[in-house]
Design a protein around this ligand. Structure first.
Ligand code: HEC
Ligand code: HEC
Length: 161
């Protein structure tokens, strides 16, 4: 009689221990704001002194310097996004809403999943960090931790607030 009672007690206890919803601010926000992501996302921002406005006087033909053999990216993939993709200094909630908005229309969950898990530039931030001036530190945790955090957030409904 002991075991069934114990099992019943455990089952009853479960709902109270249900895991809280995953928010963008839990793990992803800090990673988004790592320098390997930010330096590229703020590249074209004058307000945030992006590299286009100081270290990069040669702003075109990115591949001439960020060559595929260095970055591991296919030709043409090393490029910086437009100013509106810059999230420098934004808090978790605002960053989250901005990236959802910038994703465009369609099946947002699928787009977000494809982008965050398959984009070569994101993989570069997580696993390479190689520039023409040498290797810069990558986002801590690498791809495995990143994929786990991304999936948890997307499957939980991409909660911002
Ligand atoms: C080499 C430059 C580069 C690096 C490094 C980079 N990105 Fe991007 N990112 C881009 C470009 C270019 C786009 C495409 C913008 C467009 O669609 O025009 C983009 C798009 C995105 C988008 C989709 C658009 C949106 O805002 O919803 C997200 C999210 C994103 N990047 C997050 C990241 C994160 C997180 C990292 C680091 C782990 C990162 N990026 C690293 C260049 C970069
Ligand atoms: C003349 C060579 C050259 C060209 C052309 C060039 N870069 Fe760079 N880039 C570098 C060097 C060298 C570094 C590392 C030193 C530094 O911080 O500027 C670098 C660093 C970067 C970084 C910072 C990486 C990080 O994670 O800290 C970004 C982003 C970047 N470049 C984007 C671009 C983009 C986008 C283009 C084309 C529009 C481009 N670069 C064209 C030489 C170049």
């Amino acid at each position: 009689m002991k075991w069934p009672l114990l099992c019943a007690a455990l089952t009853l206890a479960l709902p109270a221990q249900a895991t809280p919803p995953v928010r963008f601010g839990d793990a992803l926000h800090a990673k988004f704001h790592h320098d390997r992501c930010l330096q590229c996302h703020q590249f074209n921002s004058r307000a945030h002194q992006g590299r286009a406005f100081h270290s990069h006087r040669a702003r075109y033909l990115c591949d001439n310097c960020h060559a595929p053999r260095l970055t591991g990216l296919a030709r043409g993939e090393w490029m910086a996004p437009a100013d509106k993709f810059d999230y420098t200094g934004l808090d978790a909630r605002t960053t989250c809403h901005l990236i959802k908005r910038n994703l465009g229309s369609g099946d947002t969950r699928r787009l977000m999943r494809e982008h965050l898990l398959d984009d070569a530039r994101i993989r570069w931030s997580l696993e390479s960090g190689m520039t023409p001036a040498g290797r810069f530190p990558t986002v801590p945790g690498g791809y495995e931790a990143w994929a786990r955090d991304v999936k948890a957030w997307i499957d939980g409904g991409m909660i911002c607030d």
